[in-house]
Ligand binder design. Structure first.
Ligand code: IFM
Length: 457
């Protein structure tokens, strides 16, 4: 595979999420999600932005799909809005909501684009937050799996690539906080770290039960994946001692050992449980079996990594913080770490001992300070540099035999970037929010060429 060429069956795609692009928050029977409620509270989101209109994709999906097709993108990862389909989170289905997704998916097929649907990307129904505190309660696992079963019964004739939940850490550990209001919805303050870990445990249970519901509901063979933003540990140098340090440290980096690890291995990292002590979640008999479902793929949302080096004293490794002048993109956490792609893939295969599990990079991209020039271009060469280097690292993983099968750029469109509102742009397509005009950036044309040539150009 010379010149950064990818295997012939490599999947090139683009990704979005419902609340970030759809808008139409009160249209067609949709009721609020926790993000509608949270973003409506002054001061929670930068500039008090909300997803009420976003990219108006609900009304413009057909032209957005046409644009995607023109760029040669043949795989689209999007999410379904739970409160659009089940406005109260449970109970009666909302036909206009289901019909919207049927129209969207039919349109994708008409353009030769394969749908990859994520069932949940952070927009929990507000009704369930009111009823039992959503992710604080085990009840949500049953409601989520009922929702998953309903969606697959309704859309399983059109969609065969399912992703259960996106980035458990972000709506649990950043949605619930201790002492002060957290920066993500529902923005609930709880009293202990144990309660926070309990929310992510419930999300894992929801994932496991949803896998069972999808398999039971699908009339055709389908692919099921979990999507996670575990943080790769990257050795400071590729020598045996630093690589071993990065492997040991992997389990204790962020929530790696308590989210990806139980989902993929059936147990929480023993080192993490020891570190958490009384803050570890309560795990009932049988929970780990439910959480550890057979998966067809694992989705890796890849943005940055943590540098690690070996040291002489216990525990034998050290996490390194990034120095002040280390290059980063337009987010405080978005340090340029292209080797995190290779190491992330290798850690799933080797450190978590899942060489059998196909991996997709389900998100990769960056926010940049994009500007529309007077002749109507967005010359985002910084984004091209970023994507180029991460894709080269992905290529390395494939060349070394790791099972990376596809890549979805984040994101097809600029969109509502959660607590940062519309201030941060992750799209390969620029959105002029005043007019809703779409302008493919230089990175979109560059990405189109990569797809056309099946290599990093
Ligand atoms: O925009 C988000 C997305 O919703 C989840 N993954 C990270 C992206 C950039 O912050």
């Amino acid at each position: 595979m010379s010149s950064y060429s990818f295997p012939a069956d490599f999947i090139w795609g683009a990704a979005t999420a419902a609340y970030q692009i759809e808008g139409a928050a009160a249209t067609g029977g949709r009721k609020p999600s926790v993000w509608d409620t949270f973003s409506a509270q002054p001061g929670r989101v930068l500039n008090n932005d909300t997803g009420a209109v976003a990219c108006d994709h609900y009304n413009r999906y057909a032209s957005d799909i046409k644009l995607m097709a023109e760029l040669g993108i043949r795989h689209y990862r999007f999410s379904l809005s739970w409160p659009r389909i089940l406005p109260d989170g449970r109970g009666a289905a909302n036909q206009p909501g289901l019909d919207f997704y049927k129209r969207l998916v039919d349109c994708l097929h008409q353009h030769g684009i394969t749908p990859h649907a994520t069932l949940f990307h952070w927009d929990s129904p507000q009704a369930l937050e009111n009823l039992y505190g959503s992710w604080r309660s085990r009840e949500i696992a049953k409601d989520f799996s009922d929702y998953a079963g309903l969606v697959v019964r309704e859309l399983g004739d059109r969609i065969t690539h399912w992703m259960t939940i996106n980035e458990i850490f972000c709506f649990t550990h950043i949605g619930y906080g201790i002492g002060q209001v957290p920066i993500h919805a529902p923005g609930t303050i709880v009293s202990s770290a144990k309660e926070v870990w309990q929310t992510s445990h419930h999300a894992l249970l929801a994932h496991g039960m949803a896998c069972q519901a999808i398999r039971a509901a699908s009339l055709v063979p389908c692919s099921i994946a979990l999507v996670d933003n575990f943080v790769p540990t990257v050795p400071i140098a590729e020598t045996p001692e630093h690589i071993a340090a990065a492997q040991t440290a992997f389990h204790l980096n962020g929530t790696n050992g308590g989210i990806a690890e139980p989902a993929l291995t059936g147990q929480y990292s023993p080192a993490l449980l020891k570190q958490l002590g009384a803050d570890a979640p309560d795990i009932q008999d049988g929970d780990l079996k439910i959480i550890h479902q057979p998966l067809d793929a694992f989705g890796f949302n890849n943005y940055s990594g943590t540098l690690v080096r070996a040291i002489d004293q216990a525990p034998g490794y050290e996490f390194l913080s990034f120095p002040k002048s280390y290059p980063k993109l337009h987010m405080p956490w978005l340090f340029f770490a292209p080797d995190s792609t290779y190491w992330g893939i290798r850690h799933i295969s080797e450190t978590l001992n899942r060489p059998d599990l196909p991996i997709f990079i389900t998100e990769n991209g960056c926010a940049a300070e994009d500007e529309l020039t007077t002749n109507g271009e967005v010359l985002d060469t910084d984004r091209i540099l970023f994507l180029q280097q991460y894709l080269r690292s992905a290529h390395r993983a494939i060349c070394e035999g790791y099972p990376l099968k596809g890549y979805f750029v984040w994101s097809l469109l600029d969109n509502f970037e959660w607590a940062w509102g519309y201030d941060r742009r992750f799209g390969i397509t620029y959105i002029d929010y005043a007019t809703q005009q779409r302008v493919p950036k230089s990175s979109a044309h560059w990405y189109a060429e990569c797809i056309r040539q099946n290599r990093v150009v």
